[in-house]
Design a protein. Structure first.
Length: 319
């Protein structure tokens, strides 16, 4: 899916519509105007002028209409992580990894450049240009959408955000007739599904000094880990390898969710935990633990977008 419109992405500071040049050296006086052709639902905003690369911002961006309304399980998209060719969409009871991958049918370096140039020229000069049809004719789409649903989640489950960043995102969407509509969206560094199961929260955060995204399953006293079940769809196969890692195959890459590490919030004592697979459903098996204490199951960090190929020591990489 691709939008026929063009987005102008303008990261701004909350306190100033335009950053004042006297505030600080060159980064703080920069307002970024970028013209892009984007996959629908896959806006690529930057975290204002506080990051070197605005297209790898480590934030959860609220969806105010600049992204698709739904994806994956069909739930409304509430928040999005937008990083280059990889996005993560968060609904009320699911999240979806979207790996965008288009290869030009003429896969020579020169051929690919010529196709892109031709498309960009049409976008800017032809108001009737059908970008979706052009891409269909000139590109092979190998994009993958892997959705993870929280089975049996509480009916009222909703993602909640905290730790807002000081910058916000302004999207200007062109309607093809030269008219722009501005959309402002806030961004956050933590997203939590509170009480998604009785006495259980799921918390998504960005690890310090490491790429990717980590989430914790937090079992408060009385929480039962056996209630946590996830259904995977859109993959090409899932399995647990000899090291206990969960391997999710896609059309182009394999996502690796490393074996979970579980520990008590107080004292940090480790509790052995592993993945259990039944067809497309994944759950956890833990050795006996004290249900009067808070247990944190800390299995994953996702870094497929960053394409470093390195094992960051957390948990989700793409090979």
């Amino acid at each position: 899916m691709f939008c026929n419109s063009t987005l102008l992405i303008i990261p701004l500071n909350k306190k100033n519509l335009l950053p004042k040049p006297k505030m600080k050296p060159f980064i703080l006086s920069l307002v970024l105007f970028t013209t892009l052709t984007l996959p629908c639902g896959a806006g690529n905003p930057g975290k204002g002028w506080t990051v070197k690369d605005p297209f790898t911002a480590r934030v959860f961006i609220e969806n105010q209409g600049q992204f698709d309304k739904s994806v994956g399980a069909g739930e409304a998209i509430r928040y999005v992580i937008s990083n280059r060719a990889m996005h993560v969409y968060f609904g009320d009871k699911s999240f979806t990894y979207c790996l965008y991958n288009e290869e030009p049918k003429d896969n020579t370096e020169q051929g690919g450049k010529e196709i892109f140039k031709a498309m960009e020229k049409e976008i800017h000069t032809n108001p009737d240009f059908d970008e979706a049809q052009f891409r269909k004719e000139h590109y092979n789409d190998k994009s993958s959408f892997v959705t993870v649903e929280w089975l049996g989640a509480n009916a009222g489950a909703r993602p909640q955000t905290s730790q807002p960043v000081s910058d916000y995102y302004t999207y200007s969407k062109e309607d093809g007739k030269g008219k722009y509509t501005d959309i402002r969206a806030e961004a956050y560094t933590k997203l939590t599904y509170k009480n998604i199961y009785p006495y259980i929260d799921v918390e998504f955060v960005f690890p310090e000094n490491k790429e990717g995204i980590k989430y914790n399953i937090i079992l408060h006293p009385g929480g039962d880990l056996s209630r946590v079940k996830m259904k995977y769809s859109g993959h090409q196969g899932i399995a647990v390898d000899k090291a206990g890692n969960l391997i999710i195959k896609t059309l182009t890459e394999s996502i690796t969710e490393h074996a979970p590490v579980s520990f008590y919030e107080s004292g940090g004592k480790r509790i052995k935990t592993n993945f259990i697979i039944q067809e497309d459903e994944v759950s956890f098996q833990a050795e006996a633990y004290d249900k009067t204490q808070t247990l944190i199951v800390d299995p994953w960090v996702t870094s497929p977008v960053f394409a470093s190929g390195e094992d960051a020591g957390y948990a989700l990489d793409v090979d």
